[in-house]
Design a protein around this ligand. Structure first.
Ligand code: SF4
Ligand code: SF4
Length: 536
């Protein structure tokens, strides 16, 4: 797909129109929106207004009473979510957020400024729910809800990756991601959705994971990983599935067991847990940490998340370990406890190796694998030979959700520094809580909207380009399954020569295992220089 675009073309930002933003037509340009949810998957989820339609069609086949449905939905949510009502009232239009969104920086489209993205809803709130808005209309920034507004909502709420970068800069703490979530939730009430969210969610209900992998396929893939690890290290790791009485349930994004480069991160987990003798099991039903309900509606998010605690209860584990994933951690960290908890039937997580009690997970009972591994490294419980990664010159991309939603900044860096000798940070204003999104999160990592993904990912790519030029960086490490799926395309387009790695892939390559054979290759099967092989 990337051959259709040239970097020079996508660096062209059109000058803003002199017309007011609400007079501008919705561009609906091919390459900048995703396909509609297919009837099969929408019906499986029990969504309303199931039909064949596409965003480029003139007629979206909305239900006859679409306007009543949307206004009723908005009224209910204004009453239910205090944050939503506050965000509709309190923006002072200071503009501090305006240039903080990667989609605005990559497109120059004013409606991609967070302040205007929120105005898409706020203007209707004023026009339909306030007296001043009804009386004075545009004079007070109000407008009525029309079909073209619905199309505008669809276009721009799916050009927001709910990354929350803008919220870091807002003096009032307005979180435009929450506004986008509300906008998408409203659209779903009239059957306006995208397939890249509806299909994985439907698959999750059927089999527990996004791809619809059935238990025997999960087992086959895990056995394949065991064989590969044996071939590379000479060590037989022994993961289990659906084993009752294990100490830990390990929940990972399903991409880790089938996608490239995710699978190498999976090898890294298996090797580490084997080396330490951890008593853990996977679940064939809670076989997906990711939760595309987050990008659809609160209700769907809650229903999809419930399987993790249900499986923890069924299997009788003590606590839950979670893998490298992005939005999974936003759901777990911010919502799980109140949505499906409290998980009183589980124990407060404590490392069986170091004894560290993870107080931050006292309530959710779920620990991020980077917290777990960083603690092991801190206590000197893992033997790592960073020279095995000397061919790599590494930078780290803070994936938006683990970074901004749970403050996971230092643990991945501690692991990388212990596993690699060559680590270089990107510029300060592009990392940690200021990190730039990959441009493809929140369910928009599709092929058909590649132009908007490449544009939205430009600020991240520019920061990678900076460290490539200065430090010859050739590796970008990250801890998000969507990043691992989409950043290779982005970097290949804007910064060729930089490969994407999971943090636990770096651990797996550096890990010195008891009884291992001399390593001839990396986990990717690439030759490993003999002089850097401490396992001999
Ligand atoms: S920074 Fe906050 S208050 Fe200022 S324009 Fe943006 S959302 Fe409004
Ligand atoms: S949440 Fe992220 S993508 Fe959405 S408006 Fe804010 S900065 Fe842009």
């Amino acid at each position: 797909m990337a051959e259709k675009y040239l970097p020079g073309d996508l660096q062209v930002i059109e000058a803003p129109s002199s017309r007011a933003w609400y007079d501008l037509p919705v561009p609906m340009k091919k390459g900048t929106y995703s396909h509609a949810g297919t009837p099969k998957h929408a019906a499986y989820l029990g969504l309303p207004n199931v039909r064949e339609w596409q965003p480029h069609n003139e007629d979206w086949k909305l239900p006859d009473d679409w306007k009543e449905i949307l206004l009723k939905g908005m009224r209910e949510r204004l009453g239910k979510f205090r944050s939503f009502r506050l965000f509709m009232e309190m923006c002072v239009r200071c503009g501090a957020c305006a240039d903080k969104c990667h989609f605005y920086l990559g497109t120059g489209d004013p409606r991609n400024m967070p302040v205007l993205r929120a105005e898409l809803l706020r203007s209707v709130y004023r026009g339909e729910f306030t007296l001043s808005g009804r009386l004075f209309g545009r004079l007070v920034g109000a407008r009525r809800l029309t079909e073209s507004v619905v199309k505008e909502w669809f276009y721009y709420f799916y050009q927001c990756t709910e990354c929350r970068r803008c919220a870091v800069y807002c003096p009032y703490g307005i979180d435009t991601a929450e506004i986008t979530m509300m906008g998408r939730e409203l659209l779903n009430l009239v059957g306006v959705n995208i397939n890249w969210i509806v299909e994985p969610a439907s698959n999750c209900f059927r089999t527990g994971n996004h791809l619809g992998l059935q238990p025997h396929t999960i087992r086959d893939n895990i056995e394949f990983a065991v064989d590969e690890i044996k071939g590379i290290t000479g060590v037989t790791v022994e993961p289990s599935i659906n084993r009752k009485g294990a100490e830990l349930l390990f929940v990972i994004p399903s991409a880790d067991i089938f996608a490239d480069p995710h699978i190498y991160t999976f090898y890294g987990y298996l090797m580490l847990l084997h080396e330490l003798g951890i008593d853990y099991t996977f679940s064939a039903y809670a076989s997906e940490g990711g939760n595309f309900g987050l990008f659809h509606s609160n209700e769907l998010m809650k229903r999809l998340n419930a399987k993790i605690y249900a499986e923890a209860r069924r299997l009788g584990v003590k606590w839950i370990l979670g893998g490298e994933c992005g939005h999974m951690w936003r759901v777990l960290h911010q919502y799980m406890d109140t949505m499906n908890g409290p998980a009183d039937f589980l124990e407060v997580p404590a490392s069986p190796v170091t004894g560290t009690v993870f107080e931050n997970a006292r309530s959710t009972k779920m620990v991020h694998v980077c917290e777990f591994t960083a603690d092991l490294i801190h206590h000197g419980k893992v033997r790592l030979d960073p020279s095995r990664n000397d061919r790599l010159r590494v930078t780290y991309h803070d994936s938006c959700n683990p970074a901004r939603s749970m403050g996971l900044f230092d643990e991945p860096r501690a692991i990388i520094r212990a596993s690699c000798n060559n680590f270089f940070e990107m510029p300060e204003q592009t990392i940690r809580e200021h990190t730039f999104c990959c441009g493809s999160g929140s369910g928009i990592g599709t092929d058909e909207n590649l132009e908007i993904r490449l544009r939205g990912g430009l600020p991240r790519a520019q920061a990678v380009s900076h460290v490539r030029e200065r430090h010859d960086v050739n590796t970008l490490a990250c801890i998000c399954a969507i990043d691992k799926a989409t950043l290779p395309t982005l970097l290949n387009f804007w910064v060729p020569g930089v490969e994407v790695y999971g943090v636990h892939e770096l651990v797996g390559d550096a890990l010195v295992m008891r009884g291992e054979s001399p390593r001839a290759t990396t986990l990717r099967g690439e030759p490993l220089a003999e002089e850097t092989n401490a396992g001999e």
